[in-house]
Design a protein around this ligand. Structure first.
Ligand SMILES: Cc1ncc(C[n+]2csc(CCOP(=O)(O)OP(=O)(O)O)c2C)c(N)n1
Ligand SMILES: [Mg+2]
Length: 326
């Protein structure tokens, strides 16, 4: 979804234009645009909030794979190209021409002012527990300076936790890896191990759900064997949370087989002779994450017990857009 292609705090960064799941400012900018230039995107389910992103202007779609053109959005002009090659060519042609960046910044600020404060609390948020948004915020705090300097790499997984992670600020390219296309469950753990092999100097964090952990958690044996210092952070809601939510919403509340077996992740860590922190108290959240990410020379699992009833913020936004109330 391109997070990190433009720094999160850049004045020309409008936010994540992921339809219902995305930032209102970014979605409005796309909605009101006469022309949308979309580079290196497949317009996937997640990246467009189940195709709720409204594109009303003309669409120029630049993509390396011609199969993605016109698949999900009507395209006015298709350009089959590598994204970087295209952007370099375009930059050479437009450099010094046009209205300049000030106009873009002014436009973004106008839209920001028109939509007002979009802070949204998760449905089911419980002050006394660790909600997914609390975990994302705490993680962001702990790795903030490394993220800003491009010294951290975060991989995420599929499921509710993946959507919660949309809110993580990312500042540099190639520092955030999200299986947005096919949302392959079990991606984060092996992806993080690969990232650490490729960039041993980087602070590497995998964020994953408990069910995703069941799929590829065994790969951590490789991290243990090679002593790859990766932190594996589990959003542990003891469920296939996003599926449980769908069962609640679409099947009259009938919840069936969407729980996960209450495995002891710290005993698993112990069996591999790696470190583990279990965090159930909100007050211990930042310190616990800090210890797991920076305070040890071994791979480390952070088993974070999150509020299973909290609906990740982007899904809350989607439900509010569809049902219009909390
Ligand atoms: C390989 C694969 N199998 C199944 C799915 C469907 N799927 C998406 S999310 C999910 C459950 C995720 O549960 P968990 O990892 O605990 O994340 P949570 O939603 O609880 O945060 C499943 C089975 C998938 N995306 N990929
Ligand atoms: Mg889960």
């Amino acid at each position: 979804m391109g997070k990190g292609a433009i720094p999160f705090d850049h004045p020309l960064h409008g936010g994540l234009a992921a339809g219902y799941f995305g930032d209102t400012v970014a979605v409005k900018l796309v909605e009101n645009a006469d022309v949308v230039l979309a580079v290196g995107t497949r317009f996937s389910e997640l990246g467009t909030g189940m195709w709720s992103l409204p594109i009303r202007g003309r669409l120029i779609h630049v993509n390396v794979d011609p199969n993605d053109i016109g698949r999900n959005y009507k395209t006015d002009l298709a350009i089959i190209s590598d994204a970087l090659e295209f952007l370099n060519t375009l930059y050479d042609r437009v450099k010094g021409k046009g209205p300049g960046r000030d106009r873009g910044i002014k436009l973004i600020n106008e839209v920001k002012a028109s939509v007002g404060n979009q802070q949204l609390r998760e449905l089911g948020y419980d002050e006394s527990r660790i909600n997914p948004s609390d975990l994302v915020r705490a993680l962001s705090h702990v790795i903030d300076s490394d993220m800003r300097e491009g010294k951290a790499i975060v991989t995420c997984d599929a499921g509710g936790n993946q959507v919660a992670m949309f809110e993580l600020p990312v500042y540099k390219p190639r520092t955030y890896f999200n299986p947005a296309g096919f949302t392959s469950l079990g991606f984060a753990i092996p992806a993080a191990i690969g990232a650490k092999v490729a960039r041993p100097d980087a602070t590497v964090v995998a964020t994953t759900g408990d069910a995703a952990f069941f799929m590829t958690g065994m790969e951590i044996a490789t991290a243990a064997e090679l002593n790859l210092k990766v932190a594996f952070v589990i959003f542990n809601d003891r469920a296939q949370g996003v599926l449980k939510l769908q069962q609640r919403l679409l099947y009259g509340g009938k919840v069936y087989a969407s729980h996960t077996y209450p495995m002891d992740f710290c005993k698993f860590a112990e069996s591999l002779n790696i470190d583990c922190v279990r965090i159930s108290d909100k007050k211990e959240l930042e310190d616990g994450l800090d210890k797991c990410i920076y305070g040890t020379n071994k791979p480390c699992i952070a088993d974070v017990l999150v509020n299973p009833d909290a609906v990740p913020t982007p899904i809350t936004r989607q439900l509010m857009a569809i049902f219009g109330k909390r």
